[in-house]
Ligand binder design. Sequence first.
Ligand code: KG4
Ligand code: ZN
Length: 392
Amino acid sequence: MLILAVETSCDETSAAVVNTAGEILAIETISQIPIHKKYGGVVPEVASRNHTLTILPTIQKVLKQTSKSSNLKTGLDSIDALAVTVGPGLIGSLLVGVNTVKTLGYLSNKKIYPVNHLEGHIYANWIQSSVTGYQLFVTSNQQTAINHRSQVTSNQSPLRLRSHSSLNLRVHPSESKTGQTKSKNPKIEFPALVLIVSGGHTALIKMTGHGKYQTLGQTLDDAAGEAFDKVAKLLDLPYPGGPEIEKRAKQGNPQTYNLPIPMQKSQDLNFSFSGLKTAVLYLVKKTKNLKTDDLCRNFQDVLIESLLQKTAKAAKIHKPKSILLSGGVIHNKALRQSFESRFKNINLYMPDQSFCTDNAAMIGVAAQYQSLKTSGKNWYDIDVNPNSKLSD
Ligand code: KG4
Ligand code: ZN
């Protein structure tokens, strides 16, 4: 079954076509980061207006790629069902994706899978690295690069196309010349302990099976990504703060400052990052010659340490068979390496870096797993839910 998935919950317009095995046939993601950068964060109204400009060309492009790669019929004919992020997220942004997909569902009479955005992040761990049409991805990425360059030079549009380049690097040896693959879904064993770390959420979740979640702990204030973004702002670094702080931290001295590790003494599995942010604020105010790189390093180190400690505590209590990481902050290399070295004796999974931040492939794969249990909904039963929760 081929699913066309759409994600517009924040500032990325993304569409993807994924098959039953969780392989991606086509994906296109347009990031609005260059637009929001000048405001220091995402402006909801601006985000939704830009989604309206990019949603149809994005969908059109992945449908074209899909039919080209698989010699299938053109357009929506090659698709069996639709999927869309219904929440949580910015209501105006969500409405663009949801109403577009509802219209496609109405016109084509296809069923729609409503996907919770956090569930999508979790299912990024089931995206297959081997793709059925890798030739297509080479072409697609070249086009992306060309599009990106032409936009920069012509300066016609501030939109940035995010390339999913790592797909090119991970073609399995089992693939034939046409890119056909026999790969299976990864055997992630349950119960799994999931750590979601994104711009809007930080939580530990016990996953007892597909679609079965129990929240063990969550942030009491700021999300980890939000802390990266706010601290970056305090340090006059551009939005989004995460990648910028990571870059600075690489050349920073870890010994110069001594920020506290958040929630080190707490007995539960909750997180808190606003105290850390305030500690940075005081340090910035009282320090004359602030060493920004060193502060970035110390901030990143203690934030990661807090995530490690709480995950270790949850693993000790709940004894999972696997640990899954997900969300935009998992893009951070230092974080990835720290988890790899701290959790050597357990199956640790994290999405490929290109699928940590928002993308439609993770929504499509989550929908594929939903389709094992339900047949999807009619367009008139789909609605946005900006406060959507993972169902326990
Ligand atoms: O998952 P995501 O794309 O969107 C939400 O659902 O929130 O996550 C975006 C967040 C932002 O706060 C961004 O600063 C953070 O992920 N992020 C990073 C890195 N890349 C993105 N944080 C730390 N290091 C990174 N390399
Ligand atoms: Zn997200």
